[in-house]
Design a protein around this ligand. Structure first.
Ligand code: GAL
Length: 347
């Protein structure tokens, strides 16, 4: 009798599974287009998106443009031509023109388009009722990064190693064409100056968001200017910060447990897991969370709402919506133990 009951339940469960499997197979996937999955932050975002999609029963298909404009244009074009169910597409454009072309094509075919990470112009966004942008507040990252540096300087005035009253810093900016690049650096410098901190740039490098490019650039800066001339490294993302740390480690700095005199504070942005680990180990000093999990969560909720025929509301998303834009807040993360000597002083 008992066994029968279990069988009956199992059969029912199978039947339910069977029908949902059929539904899932018929579902057009939510297609996601990335500018480059080689980018450590974007890669992390893609992992979060896959995890959350599985949890929400949403099928996704991911496309990597490998930073190639033409490749992305053709990926989007092909995807739109097979998207019979008008399932939303998620787009991290290689550049603004690509974004605009995608938006026009999506609008023509009534396919909702959700941009992320690289914001199209407001004009473009406003030109289609089913166009959205999910990203982070452009000025907040630089502000939080500066706040972390200000606090670190308060706790460790010895960061100004030559005691000339200026903080001699290297800045790693990121891809020149990216809107975050200038905004993060400008707000960082302005916030530092407003706090009365005097800055002297040792070098300003691009780093292209990439750890290996940043490492090479930093190695060159160290050999040209000398390690003794650098008191702080401020990077517009964690990937470049991690590359810079490797070049510091190659000259005996920022290894775990080095004395405070062989430690240069390095600050990044993104809070990718490898940077959190570096902060935990005390080889990096701080970062600002560019919340990839929340970004992925909002996009999955929006995609699901479209698939279920529900409206996109602030209640559903959990964040305010302004001008078709959802801004996820940043938050600062740090470890102000600058080498072992500093940790001892703090105790
Ligand atoms: C930024 C992120 C960088 C890089 C860039 C790519 O928001 O902080 O690490 O991923 O986007 O567009």
């Amino acid at each position: 009798m008992k066994i029968k009951k279990i069988f009956a339940t199992a059969a029912m469960a199978l039947a339910t599974l069977g029908s949902s499997a059929v539904w899932a197979n018929n579902q057009d996937p939510v297609r996601v287009f990335y500018y480059s999955l080689n980018d450590m932050y974007i890669n992390q975002l893609s992992t979060s998106l896959q995890d959350l999609a599985i949890g929400s029963g949403i099928k996704i298909a991911q496309f990597d443009a490998q930073d190639d404009l033409m490749r992305q244009a053709s990926q989007i074009q092909t995807a739109l031509s097979v998207n019979k169910k008008k399932t939303p597409i998620l787009v991290n454009p290689v550049d603004n023109q690509n974004g605009l072309n995608a938006l026009r094509a999506a609008k023509q075919q009534n396919v909702p388009i959700i941009f992320f990470n690289r914001k199209p112009t407001q004009e473009a966004l406003s030109s289609y009722k089913d166009a959205w942008y999910v990203g982070s507040n452009i000025n907040q990252a630089g502000y939080y990064q500066a706040s972390l540096v200000i606090e670190a300087l308060k706790q460790h005035p010895e960061i100004d190693r030559n005691k000339d009253g200026y903080i001699n810093y290297v800045i790693l900016k990121g891809e020149p064409s990216h809107v975050d690049t200038a905004a993060r650096s400008n707000v960082f410098v302005r916030t530092m100056l407003d706090a009365g901190i005097k800055l002297k740039p040792v070098a300003i490098a691009s780093g292209q968001w990439s750890p290996s490019v940043a490492q090479n650039e930093m190695t060159r800066i160290i050999s040209e200017k000398g390690i003794a001339s650098i008191e702080l490294i401020v990077s517009n993302n964690d990937a470049m910060a991690l590359g810079a740390i490797k070049s510091l480690q190659a000259v005996g700095y920022n290894n775990p447990d080095v004395p405070n005199s062989q430690f240069i504070p390095v600050f990044g942005i993104d809070a990718i897991p490898s940077a959190l680990e570096a902060i935990e180990r005390g080889v990096m000093t701080g970062t600002v969370l560019n919340d990839y999990k929340a970004t992925a969560d909002v996009m999955i909720r929006m995609a699901k709402a479209y698939i279920d025929g529900q409206p996109i509301t602030e209640d559903l998303i959990g964040y305010p919506i302004k001008n078709c834009t959802i801004e996820i807040p940043y938050s600062p993360i740090y470890n102000f133990n600058l080498g072992t000597a500093a940790a001892e002083t703090k105790k």
